[in-house]
Design a protein around this ligand. Structure first.
Ligand code: ADP
Ligand code: ZN
Length: 677
């Protein structure tokens, strides 16, 4: 069938597009036919006749109303005389059509098994003289009819399903569109007014994408020279860094339609749907070429094939991926359709996707650094009415690890804070509150905490502060708070360095600082509490990463058991013996860090107490207060000398979570203040 689809809403089956109304009617016909057949089956079963009993029958015979009777083993069919028929059809509603379809009799009578009905009937016949005939049961005919009806119903149902699943045939309502691409389409001009000016800080990516924009605008310039334009580009980067925004900006700059959908939109329960959606998507895009297709989270379908194949559950995804590959190969480089896809895990994608002629370019969109954050702040501050206290430099320094989306969120939250306080302009403090809120949730000053608990929290946080202040490589402290916030009871904020690689010493110092809270509890009160949960979680992950991922342990040596492609999710790539050593080494390094933290706190007990008292009094203390109590930081130039990013740095992907030692980068600005005490 013809499948012209001028927009994402399909229309027309063999008819001209643009008349969606007619499709509905088409299905109404189906529905009516189905209803009719159903009625027939039901009517067929009851015979469409009136059932009468022997006394009634006898009475009618005596009145001379019966002309003919046929009978078989189970029932007798009664035919009235013509005059009676005429009078009946006038006054009553027995549908003649149905009657004649079935047996043509006017009434029927069940004959109980074993009764001597034949002689009774014959007696009556002799007395009143009507036609009596034995007719073998007409079961055959009835059954044929029922079968035909049944088959008819099956065909109708089957056609419904085919239309829903096939994807080839367009349909009317939503449910008939299951095989259609779910892409959101932004036509030229509408919604594609995003330009590169709206995207800040990702200059490298913009530069690479500029080429695509140029091609979409002036394809001739390239094709005349015989150049092949890349069919697709893969935007790789953590969530919220502006990948979707970039793709939209490309469409906006080039003024072409933009098809946007997520990888998971292809996936459906039904087999074959994903592939058919891919086909449909490309068909639509080609019709509107030049155009851009943007597939967000392509890892949902693009994961490497052939893994866990024994489960069979991946078949549908594989089919979808195969279809995508086929489509990408299928259209020429000059068709004017460019595919942009986004993922934050390029390493798990199927290699076939990255082959030349497919997504042969990878564009990294990283978390923004200080300057980029400033640029993003500038973009998002534009629509906000701020007073002149707002210090963008400070804000961008204060938000390490924030993505573009986080920053957009900060700006919005700040405006909400100001509106809540009925202010006309948004102040710097609103932004600070917004940052804190995004890191740790809203302050809960009303949360009920006993004095005893508060004391423990104060010493715990003071412990973090003191240790991090006195070890060389821990991130510089920004502030410490014992105001409950979100899930946490207190928190210490740090300003992590943005470093690309991390040394053993740096990780170890960070572990010491993280264990400083619990160490302080033990030193001051001789007992420890559950408040260190998130600290311990973090430290444990760091220790495991040190030993088994980054090869930073002497006994394990230069080995990494990190499986970037997630291939052996069920078997550990090392022996039991090695597993034991890993566990031992993890415990050893954590206990070593804990002992060191306790040592530091024991020698600085007076300072720890002073800091805790200050916290109890003020609830929030800043770097300056800490400096007053502890003196200037002994390792003022704590910034690591290692600034040149090693080539393998971007690979430092989290093994299981964001909590890897390689960076405070993606961790958020605060020392995860969750559930902390
Ligand atoms: P991704 O697709 O990488 O997950 P998005 O493109 O959806 O991220 O970003 C979400 C929002 O965050 C955007 O709509 C925009 O408001 C903001 N944002 C993210 N990155 C940037 C950036 N570099 N410049 C300006 N705004 C950004
Ligand atoms: Zn803690």
């Amino acid at each position: 069938m013809d499948n012209k689809t001028p927009n994402s809403k399909p229309s027309g089956s063999g008819k001209k597009p643009g008349k969606p109304g007619r499709q509905m009617n088409f299905y109404w016909v189906y529905a009516i036919v189905a209803m009719f057949l159903l009625t027939m089956v039901m009517v067929g079963e009851s015979g469409g006749q009136r059932q009468i009993q022997w006394p009634q029958f006898k009475q009618m015979v005596e009145q001379g109303k019966v002309e003919r009777v046929t009978y078989n083993g189970a029932q007798a069919n009664i035919y009235y005389t013509q005059s009676v028929r005429d009078s009946l059809s006038g006054g009553q509603s027995d549908p003649q059509l149905l009657k004649s379809l079935y047996a043509g009799a006017d009434a029927s009578m069940n004959i109980p098994v074993g009764d001597d009905y034949q002689s009774d009937l014959k007696n009556l016949q002799e007395k009143h003289g009507f036609e009596l005939r034995y007719e073998p049961p007409n079961e055959w005919g009835g059954q044929i009819l029922q079968w035909v009806i049944f088959l008819g119903l099956m065909v109708v149902v089957w056609m419904f399903l085919m239309r829903r699943l096939g994807g080839g045939a367009p349909g009317g309502g939503q449910i008939f569109n299951i095989g259609k691409s779910k892409a959101q389409v932004f036509e030229k001009g509408e919604g594609t007014d995003v330009t590169f000016n709206n995207v800040a800080g990702v200059d490298g990516a913009k530069e690479e994408l500029q080429e695509i924009v140029d091609f979409l605008k002036h394809p001739g310039k390239y094709t005349e020279l015989g150049a092949k334009i890349p069919k697709g580009a893969l935007l790789v980067g953590p969530p919220g860094t502006g990948k979707t925004l970039l793709a939209k900006a490309v469409a906006g700059e080039a003024q072409v339609p933009f098809f946007s959908l997520s990888g998971s939109d292809f996936v459906e329960m039904f087999v074959g749907v994903g592939a058919s959606r891919v086909r449909d998507l490309f068909k639509q895009a080609k019709e509107k070429s030049p155009a851009i297709i943007f597939i967000d989270e392509i890892d949902a379908i693009g994961r490497a094939r052939g893994k866990n194949a024994n489960f069979g559950s991946n078949d549908e995804r594989e089919n979808t991926l195969n279809q995508l590959l086929t489509e990408m190969d299928g259209f020429g480089t000059n068709s004017g359709v460019i595919i942009l896809a986004a993922t934050n895990r390029a390493d798990i994608l199927d290699k076939a996707l990255m082959r030349a002629g497919r997504f042969d370019r990878q564009i990294y969109v990283d978390m923004p650094d200080v300057n980029e954050r400033k640029a993003i702040f500038d973009v998002h501050l534009k629509p906000i009415k701020t007073d002149n206290s707002v210090d963008v430099d400070f804000l961008s320094k204060q938000t390490p690890g924030f993505s573009g989306a986080d920053i957009a969120n900060v700006c919005n939250e700040a405006a909400l804070f100001a509106a809540r306080k009925n202010r006309k302009l948004v102040t710097h403090q609103d932004f600070l509150d917004a940052v804190d809120r995004i890191i740790g949730g809203l302050e809960k000053r009303t949360k009920i905490i006993t004095d005893n608990e508060k004391n423990t929290i104060a010493f715990h946080e003071a412990g973090h502060a003191v240790v991090s202040w006195l070890v060389e490589f821990a991130s510089p402290l920004v502030k410490v708070s014992i105001v409950p916030r979100g899930q946490s009871l207190g928190a210490a904020w740090y300003l992590p360095e943005e470093r690309a690689i991390t040394t053993t010493e740096q990780i170890f110092d960070e572990m010491c600082a993280a264990l400083g809270g619990r160490a302080a509890e033990e030193i001051m009160f001789g007992k420890i509490s559950t408040g260190a949960l998130s600290d311990l979680e973090k430290v444990t992950k760091q220790a495991y990463a040190m030993v088994s991922v980054y090869g930073l342990n002497e006994r394990i040596g230069n080995r990494s058991y990190y499986d970037s492609r997630g291939e052996s999710s069920f078997t550990k790539p090392y022996s039991e013996e090695t597993a034991r050593i890993i566990d031992e080494e993890v415990s050893a390094v954590i206990e070593k860090a804990y002992d060191r933290a306790k040592d530091i706190l024991a020698t600085n007990r007076d300072k720890l107490e002073a800091l805790a008292q200050s916290l109890l009094k003020n609830e929030v203390i800043f770097k300056e207060d800490v400096e007053r109590i502890l003196g200037a930081r002994p390792f003022a130039s704590a910034a690591p000398a290692l600034t040149a990013p090693a080539p393998e740095a971007p690979v430092a992907e989290a093994p299981e979570s964001g909590d890897t030692p390689e960076g405070s980068g993606p961790e958020g600005g605060a020392e995860e203040p969750k559930a902390e005490e």
